[in-house]
Design a protein around this ligand. Structure first.
Ligand code: HEC
Ligand code: HEC
Ligand code: HEC
Ligand code: HEC
Ligand code: HEC
Ligand code: HEC
Ligand code: HEC
Ligand code: HEC
Length: 257
């Protein structure tokens, strides 16, 4: 078959292709031809020397200003903090994660470093999220002691959960002081308020019970009630019968009416 014949066949083939495909093919050929000079123009000369990598990028990266010092650098001057953190739950959290880039500070301590003292910071890692790994310590910050900064209770360098206050008095000082001088001094708070342990950690989420009926007080004060404490008795049927007892008697200071 001669060249003429070949051209003839190609032409025949071309004429059978739909018109829109013809246009697309021309466009494709145009871009392929364009690509060859553009590639030579745009790809850096040293590309490919070390595989799929540009060697001069190494120098450029090395020439960038150093802003992070690395946690080893802190030991020289803050060995106490480094030691504390090393033994605590935050041992895997780098100093500069919380304090920011510190290279300038390590060279000249007069360059001050910020410390994230505000409450909004710690929840970045500790806010409850269903996607965090199981067992990762999480809180719901809206209900976890919302009025104080986190560092009021947790040491950021050794964040052990603090000692939970054992006494109601630690948080309900006014009520405890009032009750202490009342007729109810020997009635323990938990006799009237069943208090879940969690209340002392997340008070608004886990609420203690409160007396709900006259019969509750009657357990000690109704005629014929037998209690461990000596009490004055009232006739439940006639004494303020239409009201709950604490509409007339403040339960934490029952002498006042
Ligand atoms: C050459 C000594 C030196 C080095 C190294 C050094 N610091 Fe300091 N740093 C100081 C001095 C001095 C102060 C100011 C006195 C003080 O508060 O203890 C200070 C204060 C701080 C403060 C106090 C901020 C505040 O609000 O109270 C932080 C945070 C801090 N440094 C973090 C770091 C971290 C993180 C590193 C390591 C990347 C580091 N420092 C390395 C000397 C140093
Ligand atoms: C989880 C975040 C966090 C990490 C990690 C952390 N810090 Fe702190 N750092 C804080 C906070 C918050 C304060 C402020 C504490 C305060 O005011 O009671 C602080 C305070 C400081 C202070 C000044 C007061 C003090 O306690 O001496 C220094 C110095 C310091 N950090 C150094 C470091 C060094 C060094 C490291 C790494 C070994 C580090 N921090 C790791 C959050 C962090
Ligand atoms: C960069 C993420 C990060 C930040 C920011 C951070 N933490 Fe942590 N925290 C951790 C990791 C990781 C642990 C260890 C978890 C483990 O042991 O499984 C931890 C553990 C704790 C624990 C221990 C809980 C327990 O009993 O297991 C407390 C409390 C805590 N952090 C409080 C804080 C406070 C307060 C701040 C703010 C000053 C803070 N964290 C900021 C990552 C972070
Ligand atoms: C008024 C004190 C107080 C404040 C303020 C406080 N916490 Fe706590 N936190 C506690 C106590 C108490 C526990 C102990 C929980 C326990 O024993 O189960 C605790 C436990 C935790 C735990 C461990 C939870 C777990 O499941 O192991 C994390 C994490 C934590 N707090 C983070 C924070 C963060 C973040 C903030 C600030 C947004 C904060 N806390 C503010 C008192 C406080
Ligand atoms: C860590 C602090 C803390 C401790 C400890 C604590 N409470 Fe509370 N308690 C609170 C807070 C905060 C509230 C919520 C007050 C509010 O909602 O205005 C509350 C609310 C209550 C309420 C009212 C519940 C309601 O639904 O109105 C009762 C009752 C109560 N506490 C009893 C107790 C008793 C009893 C103890 C001791 C066994 C105790 N609390 C220990 C902080 C504490
Ligand atoms: C004799 C039973 C009794 C004892 C003991 C008692 N309470 Fe109460 N407390 C009540 C009753 C009743 C209410 C009111 C319920 C209502 O209003 O619905 C109440 C309400 C409260 C409230 C809600 C806020 C308020 O002032 O109304 C708190 C908080 C509380 N008690 C804390 C305590 C604490 C803390 C102690 C111990 C120091 C204590 N109570 C001891 C019966 C008692
Ligand atoms: C309508 C208001 C009212 C109600 C409701 C009420 N009280 Fe009283 N209570 C009083 C008054 C007023 C006194 C003092 C006058 C008296 O001694 O009769 C009193 C006195 C008492 C005394 C002392 C009795 C004595 O011998 O000094 C006790 C105990 C008492 N109340 C218990 C209760 C109990 C328990 C309830 C709920 C079952 C209750 N109260 C409901 C108004 C009320
Ligand atoms: C565990 C038993 C007990 C319970 C429950 C109890 N009290 Fe009392 N109450 C006492 C004792 C003990 C006294 C002191 C002796 C006395 O005055 O009767 C007292 C005294 C009182 C007084 C007499 C105050 C005075 O001025 O003489 C009143 C009123 C009173 N309680 C009301 C209540 C009310 C209202 C409730 C329910 C919220 C209640 N009590 C629940 C044990 C109890």
């Amino acid at each position: 078959m001669d060249v003429f014949e070949l051209l003839k066949r190609i032409r025949l083939f071309w004429s059978r292709i739909p018109e829109q495909v013809q246009r697309l093919s021309l466009l494709a050929v145009f871009f392929i031809v364009l690509f060859i000079p553009v590639r030579n123009l745009l790809v850096p000369k040293d590309f490919g020397k070390y595989g799929h990598y540009r060697p001069s990028a190494l120098e450029e990266a090395a020439a960038q200003e150093i802003t992070y010092a690395g946690h080893e650098a802190c030991y020289e001057c803050h060995d106490d903090v480094v030691d504390t953190k090393y033994h605590g739950y935050h041992k895997t959290v780098a100093c500069e994660t919380c304090h920011g880039p510190a290279a300038a500070h390590t060279e000249d301590p007069d360059v001050e470093l910020p410390a994230p003292r505000e409450r909004g910071y710690c929840p970045l890692c500790h806010e409850y999220l269903a996607s965090r790994p199981t067992g990762f310590p999480q809180i719901v910050s809206a209900s976890h002691n919302p009025l104080k900064p986190c560092i009021a209770c947790h040491n950021p360098h050794d964040p052990v959960p603090p000692h939970t206050p054992a006494e109601c008095e630690a948080c309900h000082a006014a009520i405890a002081r009032t009750k202490a001088v009342s007729h109810h001094v020997y009635v323990p708070c938990v006799r009237c308020h069943e208090t879940p342990e969690e209340h002392k950690v997340s008070p608004r989420q886990h609420r203690p019970s409160k007396p709900a009926t006259r019969e509750f007080c009657a357990a000690c004060h109704a005629e014929g009630a037998t209690t461990e404490l000596e009490t004055r008795k009232v006739d439940l049927a006639t004494h303020g019968e239409r009201y709950t007892c604490w509409q007339c008697h403040y339960p934490h200071l029952p002498g006042s009416r």
